[in-house]
Design a protein around this ligand. Structure first.
Ligand code: ADP
Ligand code: ASP
Ligand code: MG
Length: 436
């Protein structure tokens, strides 16, 4: 069994959905994970924002506009009146739910239920299209088996057991459709795997059922060696190791959800990145294999905050770092980069939810400076310590860009450099020129 995940643009219009139905209808057993249609989750975020702000009229306007868009898609999607009637029924019930959520008391729970509507809509519409085309498929409700634990991590044992039970309800079936992104939390409420989370659904599910392969289908022909949104003339990478792909995803290569590689890596399930617009393109294959001794790609992660912590007593003061890290651990705030000198330590975070409290506690025993508006530029490949010249190449390329922090040697796969966000594009372009 393979898992095939299709992103927002791959289901972004009636035409794309029809093309997708053709693409997956090849007789091979598979679970198809779908995102919401492109733009829908953003629209739902906006609707939730309006409701939160008490702007109910604005929210109703946005819901109405979204409903019109979907009505037009349904009208274009189906060839038979009977299927269109089914589609209209689906839209009516989903939009009634959306309106009910927007009208009632609105807490985080209702907000997350609003955000879940996109994937429920896309999978429902697509399943009807398959039924109309007499393509035998089963719509699996992701909310019945996808679950996160209290730390927001996938509850793997639960998912494995429950997904198995759901599949076992349909003996002899070979094509399953399910929602990406959405799940339940330990309270049983509707939740999600964070933006871009459909990739994560695919790899979690792929690991859970020990799939033969996980395919992430999107609008580009694989992982490119630099950010194609910033740099022109980037090219796809044929093969990456799990470690390399995980670094690129975590440090900003938007083609993959930041943490989606791990489940596949833990169960050693290959991940293939493919292009829906160009199905014959080779794409990128991600496996445990490492090509070795190469700089492969550059990515950038914005929204980084640096914290410089200085202790007069740090000299020889073992225990200082433990005290510092203990605070970040208590506030469940991951640290991305870290550098130390004899008297100071600088580190970066991207989750600033608890920054004020963290700074307050740090100030109890050291001086603290906070810098905002930073970007981690991350160079990924295989950097064996024996091979000379990598650092020179990277910093020669970046010679005109002020650097706030450098991290080299943490792993064999990554050199990270912290720059001001306003210099990001320049840094990516310079590295492209210098490295590839
Ligand atoms: P989907 O909706 O299918 O999940 P995304 O927009 O999340 O698609 O991811 C695909 C996009 O990721 C591409 O269109 C591209 O602009 C962007 N992207 C950023 N960095 C990279 C990279 N290194 N390689 C390929 N695509 C990248
Ligand atoms: N629809 C969700 C989002 O836009 C999940 C995804 O597309 O992967 O973030
Ligand atoms: Mg995505």
């Amino acid at each position: 069994m393979k898992i095939l995940k299709f992103g927002g643009t791959s289901v972004g219009s009636a035409e794309r959905m029809r093309a997708l139905a053709g693409l997956i209808n090849d007789g091979a057993p598979k679970i198809v994970v779908l995102s919401a249609m492109a733009g829908t989750t953003n629209a739902l975020v906006e609707i939730a924002g309006a409701v939160c702000a008490g702007e109910r009229v604005k929210a109703e306007g946005l819901i109405g506009a979204l409903e019109e868009k979907y009505s037009a898609v349904a009208a274009e999607l189906y060839g038979r009146g009977e299927t269109l009637a089914g589609g209209k029924e689906l839209l009516a019930s989903r939009f009634a739910e959306l309106r009910a959520l927007a009208a009632g008391p609105f807490t985080g729970k209702e907000e997350r239920a609003v955000l879940a509507q996109g994937e429920l809509l896309s999978t429902g519409l697509f399943q009807l299209l398959l039924e109309e085309g007499k393509i035998d498929s089963v719509l699996l409700p992701a909310l019945a088996f996808m679950r996160i634990d209290a730390d927001g991590e996938p509850a793997m044992a639960y998912i494995e057991a429950e997904a198995g039970k759901e599949l076992a309800k349909h003996p002899g079936k070979e094509l399953f459709i399910t929602q990406g992104y959405i799940c339940r939390n330990p309270a049983g409420e509707i939740d999600n795997l964070k933006r871009g989370g459909s990739d994560y659904t695919a790899t979690i599910l792929g690991a859970a059922i020990r799939a033969e392969e996980i395919q992430i289908w999107t609008d580009i022909d694989g992982m490119h060696n630099n950010d194609p949104r910033v740099v022109e003339g980037t090219s796809p990478i044929a093969e990456l190791s799990f470690d390399e792909a995980a670094e690129l995803a975590y440090f900003g290569a938007k083609i993959l959800h930041p943490t989606c590689i791990l489940p596949a890596q833990l169960r050693n399930v290959p991940v293939r990145l493919l292009n829906t617009m160009q199905p014959a393109a080779r794409g990128t294959l991600i496996t445990e294999r490492t090509a070795g001794d190469q700089i492969k790609a550059v990515a950038a992660k914005d929204g980084i905050t640096a914290i410089k912590i200085k202790s007069g007593r740090m000299l020889l003061a073992y225990g200082f770092l433990r005290a510092v890290f203990g605070i970040f651990e208590r506030y469940k705030t991951p640290i991305d980069m870290i550098t130390t000198s004899e008297v100071a330590v600088s580190l970066t975070i991207d989750d600033t939810k608890n920054l004020d409290a963290i700074v307050r506690e740090l100030k109890g025993f050291c001086s603290v400076e906070v810098d905002y508006g930073l970007t981690i530029v991350c160079v990924v490949g295989s950097f064996t310590a024996e091979k000379e010249g990598y650092a020179l190449k990277i910093f020669e390329a970046m010679k005109n860009i002020p650097i706030r922090m450098i991290s080299y040697g943490g792993s064999e796969n990554n050199v990270s450099v912290l720059v001001k966000t306003e210099r990001k594009s320049e840094a990516l372009l310079a590295l492209n020129k210098g490295l590839f």
